[in-house]
Design a protein. Sequence first.
Length: 228
Amino acid sequence: MSLAETAGLLADRTRAAFCLALFDGRAWTAGELARHAGVSASTASEHLSRLVTGGLLVEERQGRHRYVRLSGPAAAQLIESLAAFTPDTATPAGLRESTRLGAEARARTCYDHLAGQLGVSVAAAALERGLVTEEAGLAVTEPGRRWFAELGIDLAALRKSGSRPLLRSCLDWTERRNHLAGAAGAALCSRALDRRWVERIGSGRALTVTAAGRVAFADLLGIDTAAT
């Protein structure tokens, strides 16, 4: 598929809304996405077929249900990069949407890693404490490897598990600063969810930091997460 064809997939508001909704890293049904975007089931099916054919989404079927999700980190990185350079300046349509957007700005998942104010704070603290370095490209330092190991995250195993970068920066579209992505960033997000340092708000991308999380982020990184 050519660059123009790939760009064309995201040049439609409905398809763009589908891809952004799937940034929570989970699989959604076609019906859920149709309701989210405010379109009919037949319209949603047509758009989803184009996104699957174009390689941005993959589908799974369980019985009569059709689930779709982002095809992987590369698709997520592409969409997040475009979102960072095309800020949505439209006025939120009501209190509910304004509340959702505010929650996502404070803390959310960006596909499979931490984003928003929380994600940016984690990245800044990791740099300040020497857990990662930008001297020759973003990389985990020796103290950082020990820090991840103390959390039960085996970076060597992550490095061997696939072609995905161990660590990369990702421009946060609300903060306009970088947060941590890659396999290590995903593992950190997974650990935060597993240990209930953060919890999902409803069915979307937004997260809230729990009481246990406020203690953990303060102890591990010196971050005050009271605002998130």
